[in-house]
Design a protein around this ligand. Structure first.
Ligand code: GLU
Length: 299
């Protein structure tokens, strides 16, 4: 639990697993502008728990792009890959509450199981990102069997027992939204974490996941305002739940519009034409980027 904080603290939290594009530029500039307007601070966090896809070179280029854009942040960036021990502690805390279980099905096994157990009349439920919910297979296994499977070397994910977690928390969860969700949700938003099923919080070879590290780091960095893309709006349901389970303060959220490609699709880190590197190379200036994402230039 953190003490009362009067100065607003914002953060930009990119993953160096590809080139930054216009969508990142918008999010970073918006955070920077809002922090300045509020007389607050902007912190930078490098979300690099995926140490195979995130590379030092991509991180260096990312920092260079952010400097070029004119983004300034306080202090040294927090690099998630340097904090695995802290994430492990939080996982242990959840395990002590009996809220985690090892889930052994691979993606292929999940797919096959779902094909065998659903049909057009009874489609398999999907989470807000469109991924199928994890089958009800591993949650009820007895301890002995779990240990046997782990000892056999079968890879596993550590999943949150969502129903048990909601029961532990007991009360309804909500958060304060200053931006908007995909259906215009704003103000006090009620959370429905069940939509996600038993989310992954760690893996046998990695003591964390996006959900776990983002929640812990936001608390450890005393973040008061989370400004990020609308694609993460529903993830906030899980984040609020984890905050309650781990005894962490809830920040204020602001989910912003996504910058879409000309054909209306979400920008991707592999599409070269909107990457900041390419735009820089073609002679665009930071002010051009501001115009392109619809933000006013510095007065
Ligand atoms: N690291 C995430 C991304 O690059 C953002 C996480 C967040 O802002 O909560 O999409």
């Amino acid at each position: 639990m953190v003490e009362n904080i009067s100065q607003p603290i914002f953060r930009f939290a990119p993953s160096p697993n590809g080139q930054l594009h216009l969508g990142h530029a918008y999010s970073a500039l918006l955070n920077f502008d809002l922090a300045r307007r509020a007389g607050g601070q902007l912190l930078l966090r490098i979300e690099d728990i995926d140490t195979t896809r995130c590379t030092p070179l991509l991180e260096e280029q990312m920092l260079d792009d952010l400097h070029w854009l004119g983004i300034e942040w306080e202090g040294a960036p927090r690099r998630q890959s340097e904090h695995f021990a802290e994430y492990q502690k939080a996982l242990d805390q959840l395990a002590e509450q009996n809220l985690l279980y090892p889930a052994f099905m691979s993606r292929g096994e999940i797919k096959r199981y779902i094909a065998d157990n659903s049909d057009a009349n009874k489609p398999w439920p999907k989470d807000p990102d469109g991924a199928p919910l994890y089958p009800d297979i591993d949650r009820g296994r007895d301890k002995q069997h779990r240990l046997q499977l782990i000892a056999s070397g079968k890879p596993y994910a550590l999943r949150l027992d969502m129903k048990a977690a909601l029961k532990t928390v007991g009360n309804a969860l909500e958060f304060e939204e200053l931006g908007g969700g995909p259906h215009g949700e704003t103000g006090k938003v009620a959370c429905d974490p069940l939509l996600w099923g038993d989310v992954i919080l760690g893996r046998n070879e990695l003591p964390t996941s996006y959900h776990l590290s983002v929640v812990l780091d936001d608390a450890l960095q005393n973040i008061t305002h989370i400004v990020r893309g609308r694609d993460l709006f529903f993830a906030t349901f899980v984040h609020r739940l984890l905050q309650e389970l781990l005894g962490l303060r809830a920040p204020i959220y602001h989910h912003h519009d996504l910058i879409l490609s000309d054909d209306g699709r979400k920008l991707s880190k592999s599409a070269d034409d909107t990457s900041l590197r390419t735009l820089r190379r073609s002679g665009r200036t930071p002010d051009d980027i501001r115009h392109m994402v619809g933000l006013a230039c510095d007065e």
